[in-house]
Design a protein around this ligand. Sequence first.
Ligand code: NAI
Ligand code: MG
Length: 499
Amino acid sequence: MTVTTAAPNQARSPKVQAWLDDRSSDSLLIGGRWVPAKSGKTFETVNPTTEQVLGAVAEAGPEDVDAAVAAARAAFESGPWPQMAPGERARLLRNLAGLMEENLDELAELETLDNGMTIGTAQAFVQVAIESIYYYAGAVQQVFGSTAPSAPGNFNYILRQPLGVVGAIIPWNAPLTAASWKIGPALAAGNTMILKPAESTPLTAIRLGELITEAGFPPGVFNLLTGFGPEVGAPMANHYGINKLTFTGSVGTGRGILEASARTNLKRVTLELGGKSPNIIFPDADMDAAIANSLAGFATITGQVCVAGTRLFVQRDVKDEVVDALTGAADSLTMGDPLDPATTMGPLANKAQFERVQSYFEVGKAEGAVAKAGGETLDRPGYFVRPTVFDGVENSMRIAQEEIFGPVVSVIPFSDEYDAVLQGNDTTYGLAAAVWTRDVSRAHTVARQIQAGTVWINTYLQLDPTMPFGGFKESGLGREFGPDWYQHFTEEKAVFLKL
Ligand code: NAI
Ligand code: MG
């Protein structure tokens, strides 16, 4: 394990540092104007690498939610937006993607400063975000309605129309990518929207708001509210003026959002929640690829990934060999300043998460699991924890059942294919899974039997806007992306015409 020295609380790029120095705390974008919170309150976002303040942002409250909803509603009903042809919306989305490309390095650096992910990972995730905006720009003009097989005296057809105002609430683990995955389809389908980034990582959403304005979207089409869950997220979930709420985050908060919808206007709700994804290695796998991807599967973004492969099932005969190799790989990661290209793992994104992951180190040890690698924090400033490989884990233990959301993997042995599937499915979650084997039949058989929204065969962490994404069981509700993306951001309308 290499640990590099303390990091400065500064951007490396003068452009990013100038942006940080010059920006105002008026970070609410409402109806095309940057404004402070009506209460005048602000809060600070911290650099998790240094534990020092990066900047202050507006702390929105329910009255700002009302203002943003009014602006989004006006833009949906009477602005230039509803008059635009799909091709014009496509052009604006392409403008945005182009601007993101021009600013890729700056966006990535800002993400690293606010979230702590390594700069290489941040660049890769910004690229994923850009690709998804281009995908939706292309998809705008590929949405066709249909005509029904009606009698000769009728001409019946089915329209798909935008929902209205979409609220998007996102977490702090991959902020810019999560934002783009909501913005792309919501705007492509012709809705207007309000984005609430997480309180510990608001900066790239603010920069994205600037780029959306620069791209030429009409005022009120995209609104941004920085603030906390109870004061901004909950009023959005309860708002009668919001037609759909798309949420990514924890199961508990997701439940509250669904309840709020049921109590109020039955707004459409998509929930993308947590996971405890099984990653299954059979003895005939390409072991080098399996080990490298299993490490990435639980350590990318310091393990703060909803699809992280945190339950590693290994066939009993090769279990010790895999544990040794994975421990060696985990110990060879370089932790330190995530802006240093040599760093391969950064800190956790915020203090609450740091404390949470630490508490699970104790839970695991108390349950009798053995930390072959890690199991402790780093003695330096910043929210650093060591990549942790727990051996001697049973699937019923808390460390194997509860989402830790840190670089912690539980290795669990299995006897045969049946046992792997049985244990793999023994969880309340069902977001993702992977299977490593050279046996084609076994790969497809396991893929069918695993209860998860995404299954990877001989790969991990691949995401693509052309593939539907969402969870089985308590990992979520509904799907986004994929060929039917517009179904989640439009209403269907049956039109009957008597000839
Ligand atoms: P969280 O679900 O509370 O936060 C996610 C977003 O929801 C943030 O923008 C937050 O401000 C907002 N929010 C909080 N309370 C809300 C409310 N009552 N109504 C509406 N919005 C609200 O997650 P948190 O507390 O930051 O993390 C706790 C755990 O949740 C993590 O340790 C992890 O296990 C899980 N998590 C899973 C994520 C995923 O991608 N599946 C992402 C973030 C957290
Ligand atoms: Mg931060």
